[in-house]
Design a protein around this ligand. Structure first.
Ligand code: XMP
Length: 330
């Protein structure tokens, strides 16, 4: 029923659990046929695409899949723990957890140019993953969460779709690629993920940039300011969930710029950072409008963030649509 390599224009959109089940059954068979008794390596970030790929492969080949989760220190609060809980504890996957926090933060110390930061994060990620791949013997396959828009964009010359995730040739040439969600659009990946039993927070999670919180800790990243980004983001997500906004607003997060201002706490002068809240809606991320947040919610967020997050004395709400602002700050 499904062509594993190319998506015919006539293919029915996978919108129901029944269609998802049919897709899963066919993919599981195709994966078993391709992989046999070989081993498969997967970089598992915890994002929707890699999580669905992992769940499909666990169903198809179980412990023949080796997942590598790299914690680069720029993940949201609770994310590495959730990856371990879902995949290692609940799905009994073969999961290698790599704590690369110091390695990334040391490389990023003092680097303030946004493109340089992105470049370092991308390169370092490949290095860490390649190091893990070199340690493993007898792995013939590399799984990737490539989806259909990636293929279309790369065919249209908009964005290069890196085969083997930009891995160095000595590593990339060792593997045959496995791309089990390659013919799917993003909304279909979510339907399939749901049918595979992944938790809603994983399946419906908002977009999160590859460089993670690194682009929200504006300028040179320091550990204390990064912690302020992570803690304020956790409070924002918690309050949005309580207010019923979690699945409704397209993307929302906090940013901590690298300047301080004067404030007062318990009668004492403070010099502390502001936290900027951003909440936007968009169809395709090319343009975006700002969510009209309820004033009482903004006040509650301000109270919580200024009292619970270390080093913060102000909260600002970003009213800028795209254009003129981009969604992220770097
Ligand atoms: P901007 O800031 O360009 O963001 O308006 C548009 C959307 O893309 C996401 N984004 C990224 N996603 N790697 C990603 O995977 C990146 O480097 C990256 N930069 C931005 C951003 O979160 C927003 O949803």
């Amino acid at each position: 029923m499904f062509d594993p390599v190319s998506r015919p224009e006539t293919m029915e959109r996978i919108t129901t659990p029944e269609l998802a089940e049919a897709f899963i059954a066919e993919q599981v068979e195709a994966l078993r046929a391709q992989i046999g008794d070989g081993k498969v390596l997967l970089a598992l970030s915890g994002g929707v695409d890699s999580s669905v790929v992992a769940a499909l492969l666990i169903k198809a080949v179980g412990k023949q899949l080796v997942c590598v989760h790299v914690n680069h220190g720029l993940l949201r609060k609770g994310e590495p723990e959730q990856v371990i809980e879902v995949f290692r504890n609940q799905m009994d996957a073969n999961l290698i957890y790599v704590d690369a926090v110091d390695r990334f933060l040391d490389k990023l110390a003092g680097v303030s140019a946004p493109e340089r930061k992105r470049h370092i994060i991308g390169e370092e990620f490949i290095d860490v993953f390649a190091d893990e791949a070199r340690k493993l013997d007898g792995v013939a396959f590399l799984a990737q969460g490539t989806i259909w828009p990636d293929i279309l964009e790369s065919e249209a010359g908009i964005k290069a779709h890196h085969n083997a995730g930009g891995l160095p040739e000595d590593i990339a040439s060792r593997f045959e690629l496995v791309e089990p969600v390659r013919i799917l659009f993003k909304d279909e990946v979510r339907v399939v993920g749901k049918a595979l039993g992944l938790p809603d927070e994983m399946v419906y999670r908002q977009p999160f940039p590859g460089p993670g919180l690194g682009v929200r800790c504006v300028g040179a990243i320091t550990r204390d300011r990064l912690e302020a980004v992570r803690e304020s983001d956790a409070i924002l997500r918690e309050e949005f969930a309580k207010a019923g906004l979690a699945g409704k607003v397209w993307q929302y997060f906090t940013v901590v710029p690298d300047f301080t201002s004067t404030g007062i706490t318990d009668g004492k002068r403070t010099d502390a950072w502001p936290v900027i809240i951003r909440a936007v809606n968009t169809r395709d991320a090319m343009t975006a409008t700002v969510e009209h947040l309820d004033w009482a919610l903004l006040e509650k967020l301000t109270m919580r963030i200024t009292s619970e997050v270390k080093g913060v004395n102000r909260v600002l709400y970003d009213c800028t649509p795209k254009p003129t602002g981009t969604i992220e700050y770097e």
